[in-house]
Write a protein that binds this ligand. Structure first.
Ligand code: NDP
Length: 253
């Protein structure tokens, strides 16, 4: 069953990991996708998707910290596919340091990519959606780390908390245009970002799996399935919410 037929989506940070899985899931569900990433690898992923999706995929180089590039990506989606219905703000970076030694430059970098990137792409996409007059959907990739502290997470966790707040503001201010905004809060998900953390903290993977009721980390596709649902008309009355996808690790008490 195709949940996203006739929808056009822009997905950031899509050359690997969760973003790539979201792009693959979206085209499987009938969407046209424009994928963007700061790395040139995005064109390899774009070519493969173009083949499997019978032309319903394109790739652009996109640094989400640039307002000009965010606008250019939105314009490219409209040029290639005629409109923009869905934005997935997925690009993100993690730079762990102890609080007492946290370098300001690293703090600024993490906020520029994770928070400002979500803001800039969200603003460019929402302006286009308002112009189209047909509603729309913004999905912000926050993290379970946005709701609980981790050692070394001064920048990452704080930026992910800020994204939850931004999501609610978007929902509040854009609701009158029928634009929905929701956040996905992944728990530990098997991507290169997390594998980097596992090499720095021996035993962490096993610990995470032991304290997760479903007994395993999420696959990127688990997060992608949540994004498909939120982007689809099945979620047409859901906005301003946080969807935790963590195998039960972060269930609310
Ligand atoms: P990855 O590091 O595997 O992929 C993120 C992608 O974003 C990379 O291709 C990266 O490129 C790209 N990127 C980095 N900076 C920019 C930029 N300025 N502009 C555009 N693209 C950029 O991450 P994941 O797939 O693991 O995570 C995806 C999202 O999910 C992130 O927001 C992350 O914080 C969030 N998340 C992930 C969790 C996990 O356990 N994996 C848990 C909770 C949340 P490059 O390789 O050059 O850095």
């Amino acid at each position: 069953m195709e949940l996203l037929a006739n929808k056009v989506a822009l997905i950031t940070g899509a050359s690997r990991g969760i973003g790539k899985a979201i792009a693959e899931a979206f085209v499987e569900h009938g969407a046209c996708v424009l994928i963007g990433d700061i790395t040139p690898e995005i064109f390899v992923v774009g070519d493969a998707l173009y083949q499997t999706a019978n032309g319903r995929a394109r790739a652009v180089r996109l640094d989400v910290t640039s307002a000009e590039q965010a606008q250019a990506a939105v314009d490219a989606a409209v040029r290639e596919f005629g409109c923009l219905d869905v934005l997935v703000n997925n690009a993100g970076i993690h730079r762990p340091h102890p609080f007492l030694e946290f370098p300001l430059a690293e703090m600024e970098l993490v906020f520029r990519v994770n928070f400002y990137g979500s803001f800039l792409c969200g603003q460019a996409a929402a302006r286009q959606m308002v112009k189209q007059g047909n509603g729309g959907c913004i999905i912000n990739m926050s993290s379970a780390s946005g709701k609980k502290p981790d050692e070394g997470g001064s920048a990452y966790n704080s930026s992910k908390s800020a994204i939850i707040s931004l999501t609610r503001i978007e929902a509040l201010e854009l609701g009158k245009y029928q634009i929905r905004a929701n956040a996905i809060l992944p728990g530990a998900t098997d991507t290169e970002m997390l594998r980097d953390v596992f090499t720095q903290v021996p035993g962490l993977k096993q610990l995470l799996e032991e304290r997760t009721p479903l007994g395993k980390m999420a696959a990127p596709r688990d997060q992608a399935n949540a994004a498909v649902f939120l982007a689809s008309d099945l979620a047409s009355h859901i906005t301003g919410e946080q969807l935790v996808v963590s195998g039960g690790e972060f269930m609310e008490t």
